[in-house]
Design a protein around this ligand. Structure first.
Ligand SMILES: [Fe+2]
Ligand SMILES: [Fe+2]
Length: 279
């Protein structure tokens, strides 16, 4: 895009590069211009080596790469020689990103220069807290019990350790509090692009095949963040249901690639999605 020098703001998520076909998708990703930014909204891969491979490649291709973790990055799977858990694992990935020159939720929120003016890009790491529950299940415990009863249980229960927090919900509460404080401290009026692996509002989860799964998809605590923090767009993934929805006039983009069995039947091969300039 001529005239503003900032390139395009592109986004993608759920690369799941442990799958060879997805690795080929990543290998084929190229910017439109060398100045383009790529927002990577989590679930790059399951092992540190896979994550490093993908982010290294993308960092060489795109002008700026911004990463927010997904649940898969935070797993400690048996196949990974890196045995770090929870906060230690997240910090390890943040340090990896710093070595590669990839921006994370722990860095000052960068500003992208668009044709309509500057936009603040905020990668977030917020997790979930079992507050998105089916009607009639009044507590997180009841929702989890129902999930076990029906056999729809997220693998996070076994592989995403919250250490040193007592639970993933407690870790989520800490992340929401700290991130909300940081976003509120931004003292200019720039519009924002919020980037979080999990959707910030519940509505996109209403079409899940198994509604009980929504308890692993976000938190009620961020229901008004797109309005409070002046979002011009919200980028997320995790649901593996790529689409655009509007909430309170704000554009939400689900930008996931997903698993080969999910994307292969689609008419269009997986690629990044342009967030800005819009249209
Ligand atoms: Fe995913
Ligand atoms: Fe995910």
């Amino acid at each position: 895009m001529a005239g503003h020098g900032g390139g395009n703001l592109l986004a993608i998520s759920d690369l799941h590069v442990g799958h060879p076909a997805n690795r080929a998708v990543v290998t084929g990703l190229r910017p439109e211009s060398p100045d383009d930014w790529l927002l990577v909204a989590g679930d790059v891969g399951d092992t540190v080596a896979d994550i490093e491979w993908a982010l290294t490649l993308l960092r060489h291709r795109f002008g700026t790469v911004v990463w927010a973790p997904g649940n898969h990055e935070l797993w400690t799977p048996p196949s990974d020689p890196v045995r770090l858990r929870g906060v230690d694992r997240y910090q390890h990935l943040v340090e990896l990103c710093r070595r590669l020159g990839v921006l994370t939720p722990e860095d000052p929120y960068p500003v992208w220069q668009g044709p309509d003016g500057p936009v603040r890009v905020a990668p977030l790491f917020l997790l979930y807290d079992h507050s998105w529950r089916p009607e009639g299940l009044d507590t997180p415990e009841a929702a989890l019990a129902e999930a076990y009863r029906t056999g729809i249980v997220c693998t996070d229960e076994f592989l995403l350790h919250p250490d040193p927090y007592p639970s993933r919900s407690a870790w989520c509460a800490q992340r929401v509090a700290e991130t909300g404080r940081r976003l509120a401290e931004v003292d200019d009026d720039l519009p924002s692009v919020l980037v979080n692996h999990w959707p910030l509002v519940r509505e996109p989860t209403r079409i899940l095949r198994y509604p009980i799964f929504a308890q692993w998809c976000g938190t009620e605590a961020t229901a008004d963040w797109h309005r409070r923090f002046r979002a011009t767009a919200v980028v997320y993934g995790h649901l593996h249901i790529p689409r655009t929805t509007w909430h309170d006039g704000v554009r939400f983009e689900e930008v996931s690639v997903g698993y080969p069995r999910e994307w292969r039947p689609r008419p269009v091969p997986p690629a990044w999605r342009r967030i800005l300039p819009a249209g």
